[in-house]
Design a binder for this molecule. Sequence first.
Ligand code: ZN
Length: 201
Amino acid sequence: MPVDAPMPGSYGVRIPPWLAAEQATLPARITDRTERMRMVNRIAARNVEEGTGGPFAALVLDSDTGDVVSAGVNLVLSANVASAHAEVVALSLAQTRVGDWNLGTDPARPRALVGNAQPCVMCLGTLIWSGVKALDFSVPGFEVERITGFDEGPVPADWREQLEKRGIAVDTGLLQEECSTVLEDFRSRVAAGTITLYNGG
Ligand SMILES: [Zn+2]
């Protein structure tokens, strides 16, 4: 089928107004690991409630100080961009904010990505190229697939070793029950027909 619109000269992902408002109220610094995950999960839940995308959110922070660099959510549905996963959005916003594609240029200020779910195959790659030095996520990929029906893609079995050998520390499993509840809520809404399931988590 031919496309009616002219070829675009750019594309972009704009965060929804509710997330802009959330950003304004986020603490400048979150030092506690559990608090970071709680914040991520709260934003993921809001993304579902607002109908702006899938049940996923991510924060980029300075690993040591806890300074919040960016907050992203999954915007696949509202942006009509398949790659607009929470991790990609958070990392891209962080790169835009610091004015550098490489978030790892200063060894004294390592940065971390915190997400409510394990990165899919695409986000795993984006994470590796971003220069972050730590990953902290809650719900493992197989649980995301079981609960939501999303396809997380061919994530290699040795993903953790692959990250660690590139100097990216990995922590997992925090607040898994709370984070799973948000995924289950999303699944219920899909079943009820109030939100659409798309490809990839
Ligand atoms: Zn992803």
